[in-house]
Design a protein around this ligand. Structure first.
Ligand code: SF4
Length: 346
């Protein structure tokens, strides 16, 4: 059985691990640092110790592809109005009780319908569907970092951009490898209290803040942030203000922030859907704290989904949900006043 697994094309020797005493392996890909016994898997289900070596068990194995609008990631300042080839694998390195994608993130790869695709085949699909970018999404791409690196390297050679949609729970050394060919990232900032992160995600706020600062200040990756607002868990005016204020002070006023609506799911079916009034309140507060580009998501709200010039306040990209209705930019400049809009527009 072990030999069979080792020879399986979907089992790839992992990049980030250290041997430990007693046949254990320390996985150093994310700050969970699982110690994994022989023939055991880590918390994320897809990294396995086989005879004292760590393998990624979902290399080249996806849960399917979709061609999505880039606005669905959500990214509002990265190639607006274009499509992105999107896929994920199975498993996740967080344990969010409110997961909106749990049929994938909580599955073991053997239990879910999957589709094999080599890195070359993924890039060929992007070419076939003429998408200018590929998104690693649906479950957290951190846990299939080896696959991300191999695809994104080929994609870059073909002039196709690469997008991470992630919770940002990744080790400081491993992230330098995983993000080497990444062009844009949407990172969840799921709340602004350690209590929330500890209780509802089984991870830690400080690790996510560290990743956000690293992406913004030490890479060329275009960064946007998403906060899913959950009634009575992370939607107080105080928390929204603190979160927005931290972004302005640590990442700058031009990092777009998306407040999205929660729907009852997974282990939090007892909660209400986020009311539109809460999304609007959060957006107004974030703007008053100094965020230049703030959006609401998972609802129809043209005003809350439109990009306004930070200088003259004229609309420059008008949207409804994931549809771009009009773009009033010359390159990256506002057509009304000529001010530059932050982002990647061509
Ligand atoms: S990537 Fe998976 S196995 Fe590795 S430390 Fe994180 S949760 Fe554990």
């Amino acid at each position: 059985m072990t030999e069979k697994k080792r020879n399986d094309v979907n089992y790839k020797l992992a990049k980030w691990w250290e041997p430990q005493p007693n046949d254990k392996i320390l996985c150093t890909l994310c700050p969970r640092y699982c110690k994994i016994g022989n023939n055991q898997k880590g918390f994320c289900y897809i990294r396995e110790n086989i005879d004292n070596k760590l393998y990624s068990t979902s290399y080249g194995r996806t849960t399917g592809f979709a061609v999505d609008p880039i606005e669905k990631k959500p990214l509002s300042h990265f190639l607006p109005g274009t499509n992105v080839l999107s896929f994920g694998t199975a498993g996740c390195n967080l344990g969010c009780k409110f997961c909106q994608n749990w049929s994938i993130s909580k599955s073991k790869i053997d239990e879910i319908k999957s589709l094999d695709a080599s890195p070359e085949q993924v890039v060929d699909l992007a070419k076939k569907y003429k998408t200018p970018s590929i998104a690693y999404t649906y479950n957290d791409p951190t846990i299939f970092g080896e696959y991300v690196i191999d695809i994104s390297k080929i994609a870059r050679e073909e002039n196709i951009k690469n997008v991470m949609v992630t919770a940002g729970y990744i080790d400081r050394e491993a992230r330098k490898d995983v993000y080497k060919y990444i062009d844009a990232a949407n990172v969840d900032l799921k709340a602004f209290t350690e209590t929330f992160y500890h209780k509802l995600t089984f991870s830690h706020l400080s690790d996510i803040l560290d990743t956000l600062i690293w992406i913004k200040n030490e890479t060329d990756v275009w960064l946007e942030i998403t906060t899913l607002l959950i009634p009575e868990e992370n939607d107080s005016a105080d928390e929204v203000k603190q979160l927005s204020n931290w972004i302005v002070n640590n990442l700058g006023e031009n990092v777009p922030l998306h407040f999205t609506a929660f729907h009852p799911d997974f282990k939090m079916k007892d909660k209400q859907r986020t009311p539109s009034s809460t999304l609007n309140m959060a957006r107004d507060l974030a703007i008053s704290e100094g965020i230049n580009y703030c959006y609401v998501g998972n609802v129809h709200n043209i005003e809350g989904q439109t990009t306004y010039c930070a200088s003259c306040n004229e609309p420059v990209i008008i949207r409804d949900w994931h549809s771009v209705l009009d773009i009033r930019l010359d390159g990256n400049k506002c057509k009304s006043c000529g001010e530059s809009i932050s982002g990647v527009f061509e």
